[in-house]
Design a protein around this ligand. Structure first.
Ligand SMILES: Nc1ncnc2c1ncn2[C@@H]1O[C@H](COP(=O)(O)OP(=O)(O)OP(=O)(O)O)[C@@H](O)[C@H]1O
Length: 588
């Protein structure tokens, strides 16, 4: 593999943090039991339950980008649900627990509904309001909840010691946060995790990869509710009592602050966060309990001022910086991969069938007519160059074709199917792939995960070529970070993402901007490979006319949203209507 040799960043920081986390959880889970002090056993059981809840808060807040400030209410819903069914209605505990988790999931769905419409801190306000209302609701609905008096429960089958003086509950409370940590890690490494990340960071990119951001938000809320709900179920026999006071907004703040103080998105963050935000005020400064909320706030403020990325996040940043020192810019080269792909292939010509057809398409932005009565036919397997001055409507047309914006009038088809009013994710799932003028590369994900998003988005069966390419890329890039890529290389990564998606129709939006001459040649070879050997249809928006004339089968020229010329490159080059564009180019 002729890829530039460089030290590989094989160190998997997430996994290392998971193992450190497991060790810390084991200390709080089993340590007090070994020491045999019942006060500490009880306190650290609560710590472990809160650690698990903060882990799900971390996943929801960072991986899925959902700013929920109400996870304490979700925990309370599960605990109260189970307490009502077990303590007041004598259900078996297992069934009551299930009922509690169902209550938590329903609460999560209630949070997910506004998340479809509002995001960011607006969502934060909605969920925070729900968390404020929750304890008041428990008081008001006293007919069902026992109001201010709360519900006492005792679950002897869970709390009686069974092995080494540990009860089933103590074991569950020690082990569940570890499960939560591995679950978070597993989700992050999975297609679901990557899709949640992309949907949170760029809904536009997500939709153009066939991901429905709304479905991702719902899924994240449901997963977090199940996890937080289990925490509520563990809370019930641990504390043996639920009351509205136990689930006020303070609890939600503990989880949220723990994530921020520990390090947003860091696997270890919630554990360190709970140690600082919960243990410090509640145990070491127990005599000042009435100032707890003030202490949470002060600690968070101090921690965020000193460690803007949270404690673990700041350590991670230092480590990453040290790793970068002397490393310079990261290389992302495709020539080695290309050489492997192209060996022994027979070239094919574009077919006469139509892949994309626009009929009388007009797209307006207020008074601005970005695309004006455009007729366009793109044949299957051809490279179709779309050129024109800045503001001539090229990107607007690509946005229409990928479903990210709608035509005001006219229509278009993809492989003969009317796609005029289709959602972007449906169009993406018809095997259309695209890149963006500002490449959507996510520095929170590794370089390989950025590419793997393309593999995740594949709709048809995998070809042997691309499967081999994916394997080679995974081996080459390992856990390399995507933060050091130059702008041009970010474009190339996004281009390779569409290649890994095996999209049959690919829209490239100024892919060569910022590429070196060598990279441009590699890119041109890649486009030739895609069209001539893999039969892909390529629509190429590009300002580098030499590149377009070097690889396009057909060229369409736009001017102020209108098609002024379209045809074979040599015919378009001689068209008097477009000659003025070639001043300074070799086509002049
Ligand atoms: N979201 C938008 N809101 C308002 N006007 C827009 C929007 N998007 C594009 N336009 C306008 O539509 C026209 C076409 O823009 P578009 O970005 O499609 O051109 P382009 O050919 O891709 O330009 P460039 O080569 O600079 O990327 C421009 O006048 C632009 O200002």
């Amino acid at each position: 593999m002729a890829v530039e040799s460089k030290p590989k960043g094989r160190f998997n920081s997430d996994l290392t943090q998971v193992w450190i986390g497991v060790a810390l959880i084991a200390i709080t889970g089993f340590g007090p039991v070994i020491l045999g002090n019942s006060y500490w056993i009880h306190t650290f059981q609560l710590v472990n339950i809160y650690i698990a809840a903060a882990i799900f808060q971390n996943m929801l807040f960072v991986d899925a980008g959902q700013k929920s400030f109400g996870q304490g209410a979700i925990l309370g819903l599960a605990a109260y649900g189970a307490a009502i069914l077990y303590g007041l209605h004598d259900w078996p505990f297992a069934l009551a627990a299930l009922g509690g988790i169902v209550a938590a999931v329903l609460g999560g769905l209630l949070f997910a509904l506004p998340a479809l419409r509002v995001q960011g801190f607006h969502l934060g306000f909605v969920t925070m309001s729900a968390a404020i209302v929750f304890p008041q609701l428990l008081v008001t609905l006293d007919k069902w909840t026992n109001g201010i008096n709360g519900i006492s429960v005792s679950v002897p089958e869970l709390t009686n010691p069974v092995v080494f003086g540990m009860s089933p509950l103590a074991i569950a409370v020690a082990v569940f946060p570890m499960i939560a940590l591995f679950a978070h890690y597993g989700i992050r490494r999975s297609k679901l995790g990557r899709s949640m990340f992309v949907a949170a960071l760029s809904p536009e990119a997500a939709r153009s990869l066939g991901i429905k951001p709304g479905v991702m938000r719902f899924t994240a809320f449901i997963v977090a509710s199940i996890g937080t709900g289990i925490c509520g179920i563990l809370y019930l026999p641990t504390v043996a009592f639920v009351s509205p006071q136990g689930f006020n907004i303070e609890l939600s703040f503990v989880f949220f602050f723990a994530v921020v103080v520990g390090g947003r998105g860091q696997m270890l963050g919630p554990i360190i966060g709970i140690w600082i935000v919960f243990i410090l005020p509640n145990i070491l400064l127990a005599q000042f309990v009435e100032y707890r909320l003030l202490m949470y706030g002060t600690l968070t403020l101090l921690a965020v001022l000193i460690f803007p990325d949270g404690i673990v996040g700041s350590i991670e940043r230092l480590r990453a910086k040290r790793k970068q020192t002397g490393g310079g810019e990261q290389a992302f080269r495709i020539d080695g991969f290309l050489a492997n792909l192209q060996s022994g292939k027979v070239a094919r010509s574009p077919s006469e069938e139509i892949a994309v057809e626009v009929r009388n398409g007009t797209k307006k932005f207020g008074e601005v007519v970005a695309v004006s009565a455009v007729d366009l036919k793109v044949r299957k397997g051809e490279v179709h160059g779309l050129i024109g001055a800045n503001g001539s409507g090229k990107t607007s047309l690509l946005n229409v074709l990928s479903g990210l914006s709608r035509l005001n009038s006219g229509s278009f088809t993809i492989n003969g199917v009317d796609a005029t009013n289709m959602a972007a994710d449906r169009i993406a799932n018809m095997s259309l792939g695209r890149t963006f003028q500002a490449p959507r590369i996510f520095s929170q994900l590794s370089l390989w995960d950025n590419l793997k998003i393309g593999v995740d988005a594949r709709v048809g069966p995998a070809s042997a070529d691309i499967t081999a390419l994916a394997k080679a890329m995974e081996e080459t890039f390992g856990q390399d970070s995507a933060t050091l890529l130059s702008h041009g290389q970010r474009r190339l990564v996004e281009v390779m993402r569409t290649v890994l998606k095996e999209a049959t129709i690919v829209l490239f939006d100024e892919p060569a901007a910022g590429l070196s001459q060598g990279e441009r040649t590699n890119f041109a070879n890649l486009v030739r490979f895609l069209s001539r050997q893999m039969g892909k249809t390529v629509i190429l928006v590009e300002h580098d006319l030499d590149l377009v004339w070097g690889i396009a089968d057909t060229i369409t020229v736009l001017e102020q949203g209108r098609v002024v010329s379209s045809g074979k490159p040599d015919v378009v080059a001689k068209d008097p209507a477009v000659q003025h564009m070639f001043v300074g180019s070799r086509h002049a």
